[in-house]
Design a binder for this molecule. Structure first.
Ligand code: PMP
Length: 363
């Protein structure tokens, strides 16, 4: 969709990235460390100062203690971390529960590891998990369940109740939870992010993935990290060591300094909530249905009242004819389930949101 958006000079609300820049201070810090000669390989696990800042943050926010030496690893982005985690745990014939719609990197990683994705659909239109139904899919072959909160593409979140239900269904099993929390700092309406780290019984079987790209408006830097208990982290690092060996050195030093300023991530919720509210207000008068967005920087718009076209066809037509690009939600399902919904990324300057909404209101 980004290629099509560029071809037709459409506003690109398809791919998830901000059209505004990161903090100057962060760029200055990277520059400083490059100039100071921090330009060679970092340790495989990550720069210790950064791992310490990460562990401190996680303890302050989620009351969970991760040892920076053995339980925190810095990675070249969240996607790398997801791939390495799946490769480390999943073996030929293992089953992995995947909640659809889902981020598109999970399934190829499972299949390349020889695993079998077992698909489970979130309930439309609020994309909630029916845990009783999900439980029926579990058996002795189930190796992993992948969860994602706040959720791409739907903007839904998992609640404390969800976490307790998950904890119950995996109790007395050896199932590993892969918890994709890359949008942990983009959650709205004063609701607290339910990291699996908050739940000791879940945390002891979980690999958590986070991304600096989302948190600091630096998706192009590809920086992320993983938290896991030492026994799982040992396995994770065996793969990470030979996929990347290590992660960008000067940026790690810069992030370690920058993380001291807690405001930069603590104010992100209200920053993006402002964008969500503004975009929702701007498109309220359109013929689209605004679906709830509780976290992430994606707004779903339903078009049942406008046309019966397939979402993929409509997304292409809107890009070509109305110069506004979105992502069809069917592309996040292996069977292309189509509820007539498009995803719009609102991590954009207000002017971009205004121009986009003007187009949306004409449809
Ligand atoms: N998980 C989800 C749900 C995402 O949306 C993304 C980014 N689109 C990632 C992981 C990957 O993050 P990164 O850009 O750090 O690889």
């Amino acid at each position: 969709m980004t290629a099509l958006a560029n071809e037709h000079q459409a506003i690109n609300m398809a791919q998830g990235f901000p059209d505004f820049d990161c903090a100057n201070e962060l760029i200055d810090l990277v520059h400083k460390y490059m100039k100071k000669g921090f330009n060679q390989y970092a340790p495989m696990q990550g720069v210790i100062a950064l791992r310490e800042r990460i562990a401190e943050k996680v303890e302050a926010l989620y009351s969970a203690v991760y040892n920076p030496e053995t339980e925190v690893t810095v990675t070249p982005g969240g996607t790398h971390a997801l791939f390495a985690a799946i490769s480390a745990i999943v073996r030929e014939g293992d089953e992995v529960i995947v909640l659809e719609p889902c981020y598109d990197s999970y399934v190829p990683a499972i299949e390349l590891a020889g695993g079998r994705p077992i698909f489970f659909e979130l309930k439309f239109p609020d994309y909630k998990v029916d845990w009783n139904e999900l439980k029926k899919l579990l058996n002795y072959k189930t190796k992993m369940i992948i969860i994602n909160t706040p959720h791409n593409p739907s903007g839904t979140i998992l609640t404390a109740q969800d976490m307790l239900k998950l904890q119950k269904i995996v109790d007395k099993t050896e199932i590993v939870i892969l918890s994709d929390e890359v949008y942990e700092h983009i959650i709205f309406d004063e609701v607290e992010h339910q990291s699996v780290a908050r739940y000791p019984k879940l945390a002891e079987r979980s690999i958590i993935v986070s991304s600096f790209g989302k948190t600091y408006h630096t998706t192009g830097w590809k920086m992320g990290y993983v938290l896991a208990p030492a026994n799982l982290m040992v396995e994770f690092r065996k793969v990470h060591q030979f996929m990347a060996f290590s992660t960008n050195t000067p940026i790690q030093h810069a992030l370690a300094d920058f993380m001291v300023n807690k405001e930069a991530y603590l104010q992100l919720n209200s920053f993006y909530q402002g964008k969500r509210d503004y975009f929702q207000k701007l498109v309220k008068g359109s013929r689209f249905k605004v679906l709830p967005c509780l976290g992430s920087y994606f707004q779903l718009l339903g078009y049942q009242k406008i046309t019966q076209e397939k979402d993929g066809d409509l997304a292409k037509r809107l890009t070509k004819d109305y110069k506004i690009a979105s992502i069809p939600i069917s592309s996040f399902y292996h069977k292309n389930t189509d509820h007539n919904v498009l995803r719009f990324c609102f991590a954009k300057n207000n002017e971009t949101l205004e121009q986009a909404a003007e187009k949306i209101c004409k449809i």
